[in-house]
Write a protein that binds this ligand. Structure first.
Ligand code: CP
Length: 291
């Protein structure tokens, strides 16, 4: 049985295979047949892209979805995550896609259950399927990761995307730098150097913006001036080198992390990332059910 909870625990060869599988599914518009499998998507935090692109991936592979809505479920009567998973697995659900606000929610769970868990985002911890779709997007663009200059910009400390992406991109040989206000630095992250966007914009191949995670903030910050101080303005984007790309996991705070005129600019791959999310998640479902 294979869980998919973090890229950190996976061999690089498996990760490269998953990226190649996703690229191939996209190119061929052909998908593995996973019909007769049953899955539940348990989202305890809001989501548009992850939840619905998993659902699209499940439908494209023929998986039966057993729908779950936390708001109308017995979670509201105090049922624990373990009891929810145990209950659904007792009625025949074979795999769970889970997003939860608690960092490492899966730690206790995976020792108590015998069905695979796919992590769709844990608190400020990891977002491995987002990382996979980001890798697919970067590979499509550049062919490989080695020696690429990637700057990760914004709310580093609260961002599971920053944590997951920095770790895997470093392992794949990219050079990582972080551009963030001091109050959002994460001193436990030692896979790149802290700098300013102005310092590195002209030499970066990938400008990876993050969403400011307002729901996780305990202190006020100056949102009104964030774009001009730290974000991707049109002036900064004009200094990007030829062939460099803009990424953002979305949802976007328009005119906070990025000038909204850049969101659909030729350098932007933001909507390509969303498209690639479906293929990356098909690759993960195939890995969980077929390997
Ligand atoms: N990128 C991402 O995880 O978006 P959602 O929160 O909408 O799933």
């Amino acid at each position: 049985m294979k869980h998919f909870i973090s890229l950190e625990n996976l061999d690089l060869e498996i990760i490269k295979d998953l990226v190649n599988d996703a690229v191939s599914f996209k190119k061929r518009n052909a998908f593995p047949n996973l019909s007769n499998h049953y899955i539940s998507n348990l989202f305890f935090e809001n989501s548009t892209r992850t939840k619905l692109s998993f659902e699209m991936a499940e439908k494209k592979t023929g998986i039966e979805i057993i729908y779950f809505d936390a708001e109308s479920s017995s979670v509201k009567k105090g049922e624990t995550l373990y009891d929810t998973v145990k209950t659904l697995s007792s009625i025949g659900v074979e795999c769970f896609v889970i997003r939860h606000s608690q960092d490492r929610f899966y730690e206790n769970l995976i020792s108590q259950i015998d069905v695979p868990i796919i992590n769709a985002g844990d608190g400020c911890g990891d977002h491995p399927t987002q990382s996979l779709l980001d890798l697919v997007t970067i590979q499509e663009e550049f062919g490989s990761f080695k020696d690429l200059n990637v700057v990760i910009v914004g709310d580093i400390v609260h961002s599971r995307v920053a944590h997951s992406d920095a770790k895997i991109l470093k392992r794949l040989g990219a050079n990582i730098s972080f551009a963030t206000p001091k109050f959002w630095q994460d001193t436990t992250m030692n896979m790149g150097t802290y700098t300013s966007l102005d310092e590195v914009i002209s030499e970066s191949d990938v400008v990876m913006l993050l969403r400011n995670q307002n729901e996780r903030h305990t202190q006020h910050y100056d949102e009104k001036n964030f774009l001009s101080q730290y974000g991707l303005t049109k002036e900064r984007a004009s200094k990007m080198k030829s062939g460099a790309i803009i990424m953002h996991p979305a949802p976007i705070n328009r005119n906070v992390e990025i000038d909204e005129d850049l969101i659909e600019s030729p350098q932007s791959r933001i909507f390509t990332q969303m498209t690639n999310g479906v293929y990356a998640r098909i690759a993960v479902l195939n890995y969980v059910f077929n390997s």
